[in-house]
Design a protein around this ligand. Structure first.
Ligand code: F6R
Length: 631
C-alpha cells in the first residue's frame, strides 16, 4: 500500500544535456515513471517533491485522485529541473483522499519534503509534543507529524541521515519514510521499519522504491535492505546504517524481471495482459526445478532435509487469492505426501494462539512478499519454533528475507491490482513443493514423481488453450451486465476455484458473489436460488475418482430444478454434464488435482469482461490496493 519512489542523479554524471548546475528534468521523469509502475499500490492521490542546487525550498506538486491528475497539474505548472526527487502514490489511512492530505508533506519552511508508507501509531502523542513546540499542522495525516519531527531533529543534528535515524527511533507502527531537503540537493534519505524499501543501483544515479517495479526500467541491479535501516543515496553513493547510526550493508541482487513485462504490451489492460501471461507464469515457475535424472531440486531451500522429513503438520498462511492457492495446495500435498495440511488466513492465524512447534512447516504464500498480515504471521510462526517456507513472486521483498526458505514463483511483475497470473504461479509452486516433499519422504516412487511433473509441465500448453477459447466467455459476460448476484460452486479442488471466481467478480465488477462447496449447498445456500439465478459450477473430471463428478452433476440438477441458470466449467468430452448446462466453458482434460490451473481461467476472463462491459477500471478497482502493507 502506497507506492514510494526516490531518485538522486545529476545530468553531469548521467550524461544528459549538461546544465552547469547538474540539474535536469530527469528526476521528475523518473519519479513520475516510477509512480506509474507503482500506482497499483494505491491511487487515492499522488505527489512529487524535487530539490536542486540553489533551490531555496523543495518544489512540489500533489493531487487527489489518480496519477493522471498529478501529471496534468505538472504539465500545467511545470516544476523546475532538479537533482533529487521523491514521489508517492497513496492508499489513504489517516485523513481522507484530498489534495491537502496527499504526500509529500513539507516542513522546515518548505525546505524539507517527506513521503511515507505505513501507519505511525504514536502519531497523536508526537503531534501533541510538536504542537506544544509551536508547530501547526495543515493535514490530518500521520505523515506530516513525521515530517515535522524530522525537521525538529534536523535542526539539532544538522545532517539529514542522522536526523532520519533519530526520527525513526521515536516512531511506533510501520513506516517507510523518504525525505529530501533543499540543503542537500543531491541526497534522498530513507528509513524502513516493517514497510518495504529497495534500492536501485545505477551509474551516476541511484533509486529507491517500494518494490523493484519503481526502477526496473532504469536498472536491474538492486540492494535489499533489512528491517530498521536507514539508507542515504546520492548520484554516486549508497550508504546504509541501522537506526543507531552503525554502518550496515544491504544484500545485492539482480532483478530478473524484464522492464517490458511491466508494460501493457498492446493489451487494453494489465489484467488482460496478465491473464495472457499465464502459460508463461506456469512454465517459468517450473523451469530449472529438476536435475538431469528428473529429480526435483529446490535451490534456496535453506531448511535441512532431515527437518523436512520430520515435519508432521503443514500450515499454509496467506490472504485473499493467495489463500485460495493455499487451499489447492492442501488437497495436493495431503494426497501426495500424507501430511496433514491446514490453511489459515494469515490475520486469523496470528491472533488465535495456533498450535505450532518445530515439527510444523509453515508455508507463507504471497505475490508481493510484503503483505503485512502474512509477514506478521511468519514472524509469529518462527517465534513458536516452526520453519517457514515462503512462496513469493517479488524479489527483494520482506517475507522471503524473514523466512527460512523460499520458493520463488516466476510470474513476472503483476501490475493489475486483482491477482491472476500470480495465482496460477502460486498453485504451480505448491505442486512443486508437494512433489518435492513426496520425493524426499518417499511417499512416491521417483517414476511417479517424474510422471506427475511431466503432467504439470503440460499444463502451460493447456492454460493457453483455455485462453484461446476466451471469446465465448467474454460474450457471455457481456450479456450478463444486469446480474446483481452470482454464485459459484465447486467440490474438492474446485471449491477454492469457486471462491476465487467469486472474489474476482466482487473486486472487478462490484457484483455480490459467493463461492460455496457444492456439497454445502443443501445446508443453507440453496435458499438463494430463484428463477434465473446465475450459478457457475466447476465440474471435476469425469475420469476422476470418488464419484466426485456424479455428485457435482447431481448438485447441478438440484439448482436447475429451482430455476438456476447454470454456467458450467467442464472438461472436454464430458457428455454427461452437457445436458444440464445452460452455458458450458470447456477446458482441456487434466489430472484432477491439477485442474484448478485451467478451471479458474474462464472465471478470471468472465470477471474482467463483465467489469469492462460495465465501464469499470479492471486494473484499479475502487478501494483496493495491491500489496496490503498495513494490518
Ligand atoms: C485478489 C488479490 C488479493 C491478494 C492478497 C494477498 O485479487 O490480489 O486478495 O491475493 O491481498 O496479497 P499477496 O499475495 O501480495 O500477499
Amino acid at each position: 500500500m502506497c507506492g514510494i519512489v526516490g531518485y538522486a542523479g545529476t545530468s553531469l554524471l548521467a550524461g544528459d544535456d549538461a546544465a552547469a548546475s547538474g540539474a535536469s528534468a530527469r528526476p521528475l521523469e523518473v519519479a513520475l515513471g516510477g509512480l506509474k509502475r507503482l500506482e497499483y499500490r494505491g491511487y487515492d492521490s499522488a505527489g512529487v517533491a524535487l530539490v536542486g542546487p540553489g533551490s531555496p525550498t523543495a518544489a512540489f506538486a500533489k493531487k487527489a485522485g489518480k496519477l493522471e491528475n498529478l501529471v496534468a497539474a505538472v504539465a500545467e505548472q511545470p516544476l523546475p529541473d532538479a537533482t533529487a526527487a521523491v514521489g508517492h502514490t497513496r492508499w489513504a489511512t489517516h485523513g481522507g483522499p484530498t489534495d491537502v492530505n496527499a504526500h509529500p508533506h513539507l516542513a522546515d519552511e518548505g525546505r524539507l519534503a517527506v513521503i511515507h508508507n505505513g501507519i505511525i501509531e504514536n502519531f497523536s502523542e508526537l503531534r501533541g509534543s510538536l504542537e506544544r513546540d509551536g508547530v501547526s499542522f495543515l493535514s490530518d495525516t500521520d505523515t506530516e507529524v513525521a515530517a515535522q519531527l524530522l525537521a525538529r531533529e534536523y535542526r539539532t543534528a544538522g545532517d539529514l541521515t542522522a536526523a532520519m535515524a533519530a526520527t525513526a527511533r521515536q516512531l511506533e507502527g510501520t513506516f517507510t519514510l523518504l525525505a529530501v531537503h533543499a540543503d542537500a540537493p543531491e541526497t534522498v534519505v530513507g528509513a524502513r521499519h516493517d514497510s518495504p524499501l529497495v534500492v536501485g543501483l545505477g551509474e551516476g544515479e541511484n533509486f529507491l522504491g517500494s518494490d523493484v517495479a519503481a526502477f526496473v526500467a532504469h536498472t536491474k541491479e538492486a540492494l535489499e535492505l533489512a528491517q530498521d535501516q536507514i539508507v542515504t543515496i546520492t548520484p554516486t553513493s549508497v550508504e546504509v546504517s541501522d537506526f543507531a547510526g552503525n554502518p550496515a550493508e544491504g544484500k545485492r541482487f539482480t532483478v530478473d524481471w524484464d522492464a517490458a513485462a511491466a508494460e501493457k504490451g498492446g493489451f487494453d489492460s494489465f489484467m488482460d495482459k496478465e491473464i495472457h501471461d499465464q502459460p508463461h507464469a506456469v512454465a517459468d515457475t517450473l523451469l530449472g526445478r529438476t536435475d538431469s535424472s528428473g529429480r526435483i531440486i529446490l535451490d534456496n531451500l535453506r531448511i535441512d532435509e532431515s527437518v523436512l522429513r520430520s515435519v508432521d503438520k503443514i500450515i499454509v498462511i496467506a490472504c485473499g487469492t493467495a489463500a485460495y492457492a493455499g487451499h489447492v495446495a492442501k488437497y495436493a500435498i495431503e494426497h501426495w505426501c500424507r501430511i496433514p495440511v491446514e490453511v489459515e488466513l494469515a490475520h486469523e492465524f496470528r491472533y488465535r494462539d495456533p498450535i505450532v512447534d518445530e515439527r510444523t512447516l509453515v508455508v507463507a504464500i504471497s505475490q508481493s512478499g510484503e503483505t503485512m498480515d502474512t509477514l506478521m504471521a511468519v514472524r509469529h510462526a518462527r517465534e513458536q519454533g516452526a520453519k517457514v517456507l515462503a512462496i513469493v513472486n517479488t524479489n527483494g521483498s520482506t517475507i522471503p528475507r524473514e523466512s527460512d526458505a523460499v520458493l520463488y514463483t516466476h510470474a513476472g511483475p503483476e501490475i493489475a491490482v486483482a491477482s491472476t497470473k500470480a495465482f496460477l504461479a502460486q498453485i504451480t509452486a505448491a505442486y512443486i513443493l508437494g512433489l518435492y516433499l513426496a520425493q524426499l519422504r518417499g511417499n512416491k516412487f521417483p517414476d511417479e514423481v517424474a510422471q506427475l511433473f511431466d503432467e504439470l509441465r503440460d499444463m502451460s500448453r493447456k492454460v493457453q488453450t483455455v485462453i484461446e477459447r476466451g471469446e465465448y466467455v467474454r460474450a457471455t459476460a457481456r450479456s450478463m451486465q444486469a446480474a446483481d448476484k452470482v454464485l459459484f460452486l465447486g467440490r474438492h479442488v474446485g471449491y477454492p476455484v469457486a471462491m476465487e471466481g467469486a472474489l474476482k467478480l466482487k473486486e472487478l465488477a462490484y457484483i455480490h458473489a459467493e463461492g460455496f462447496a457444492a456439497g454445502e449447498l443443501k445446508h443453507g445456500p440453496i435458499a438463494l436460488i430463484d428463477e434465473g439465478q446465475p450459478v457457475f459450477v466447476v465440474v471435476p473430471s469425469p475420469r476422476g475418482r470418488d464419484q466426485l463428478h456424479s455428485k457435482v452433476v447431481s448438485n447441478i440438477q438440484e439448482i436447475r430444478a429451482r430455476g438456476a441458470r447454470t454456467l458450467v466449467i467442464a472438461e472436454d468430452g464430458d457428455d454427461v454434464v452437457r445436458q444440464y448446462a445452460d452455458e458450458i466453458f470447456w477446458i482441456p482434460q487434466a489430472p484432477s488435482l491439477l485442474q484448478p490451473l485451467l478451471a479458474v481461467v474462464p472465471l478470471q476472463i468472465f470477471a474482467m469482461a463483465l467489469a469492462g462491459a460495465k465501464g469499470l477500471d479492471v486494473d484499479q478497482p475502487r478501494n483496493l490496493a495491491k500489496s496490503v502493507t498495513v494490518e
